[in-house]
Write a protein that binds this ligand. Structure first.
Ligand code: NDP
Length: 308
């Protein structure tokens, strides 16, 4: 493999973006982060930006709604990774236009970082959220931009600290609510691992125009299996309540919008089993732990130890 590609991250100050910036810089890629002017004045984000600079990353001022700033930033790099948040998914058509105009990008990774949206069977509002990401996939393909779609599945930090409980900030020690029968296999991956595998993939011809679908063998587990690992860590059997699919659907319908998105994604993953109910065919997908067996990922078992 030749020289490491130059990478631009758009959304680097976001939740998953910061891990991607760190991994890119630590892996020795010349790393550029597109930052909105106003964000440099945000106290917490300013600290994050200082950390990026200390890792050797270059900050460039820009905004996805400022075409010139985008084209200028994109012309300096080989790879563009977008980690913009849910509200900006559709607006990535602006990134596609800028990448087309710049004409130099060898790989574009749009903001995905979840379930493989071409293999989901979700209910609303998750259905529309996933369709928004799928529409961006189709626009990238139609524009002929070399790409990799990152379907890392669930962020460990979103689910495991509370063992999937929505009404608490800590892991349960007495009672637990399990969605459905708890038997469908889900996938959760530590954010640092998502970032490292993503960065490994950008210069890899095996991931070109493919979806990187995460299935770390030890992290493909059902809700029941995760609970049982947690119980063994705390040396206690929890009192379990199984929430029926009908009740979950009712909760989704009655929840405010933000919460209904989260609950309907949980329905897709934990009731439908959308993260694992298809085979990864070589025609469309590759699994990163198989591609990079030399990397050691954090297992769910190891991850849960910190909360016991
Ligand atoms: P965040 O909302 O935390 O961060 C969004 C980033 O985009 C910030 O850096 C923000 O910058 C930047 N941004 C927003 N608007 C603009 C703009 N106009 N111009 C330039 N930059 C902009 O995103 P998340 O990390 O939560 O989400 C990233 C992806 O991960 C999404 O696709 C989301 O669906 C997915 N996700 C997956 C989860 C999972 O469990 N698999 C869980 C949560 C999210 P600023 O700092 O200036 O605001």
């Amino acid at each position: 493999m030749g020289e490491k590609s130059k990478i631009l991250i758009i959304g680097g100050t976001g939740y998953i973006g910061k891990f991607i910036v760190e991994a890119s810089a630590k892996e020795g890629h010349p790393t550029f982060v597109l930052v909105r002017e106003r964000t440099t004045k945000h106290p917490e984000k300013a600290k994050l930006l200082e950390n990026f600079k200390s890792l050797g990353a270059t900050l460039v001022t820009g905004n996805i709604y400022d075409h010139e700033s985008l084209v200028k930033a994109i012309k300096q790099v080989d790879v563009v990774i977008s980690t913009v948040g849910g509200e900006s998914i559709a607006d990535q058509v602006k990134l596609i236009a800028a990448i087309k105009e710049a004409g130099n990008v060898k790989r574009f990774l749009p903001s995905e970082f979840g379930t493989d949206v071409d293999h989901v069977n979700a209910i609303e509002p998750a259905k529309s959220v996933f369709k928004g990401k799928a529409d961006i996939r189709r626009a990238i393909e139609a524009a002929g931009i070399p790409h990799t779609f990152v379907a890392c599945n669930g962020f460990a930090g979103y689910f495991l600290p509370t063992v999937g409980q929505m009404d608490t900030y800590s892991a349960p020690r007495e009672k637990i609510t399990i969605l459905g029968d708890g038997n469908k296999k889900a996938v959760f991956v530590k954010e640092e691992d998502i970032a490292l595998y993503t960065i490994k993939a950008v210069d890899d011809t095996r991931t070109l125009n493919k979806t990187l679908i995460f299935r770390p063998p030890a992290n493909v587990l059902s809700f029941n299996e995760i609970v049982s690992i947690w119980e063994s860590k705390i040396g206690k059997t929890l009192e379990k309540t199984y929430l029926s699919e009908d009740q979950l659907i009712k909760n989704i319908q009655e929840a405010p919008f933000g919460l209904s998105i989260v609950l309907s994604i949980m329905h897709s993953v934990l009731i439908n089993g959308d993260a694992t109910n298809f085979e990864i065919e070589p025609s469309f997908g590759v699994e990163p732990c198989s591609l990079y067996p030399e990397l050691k990922y954090t297992t769910i078992d190891e991850y849960l130890t910190q909360f016991a």
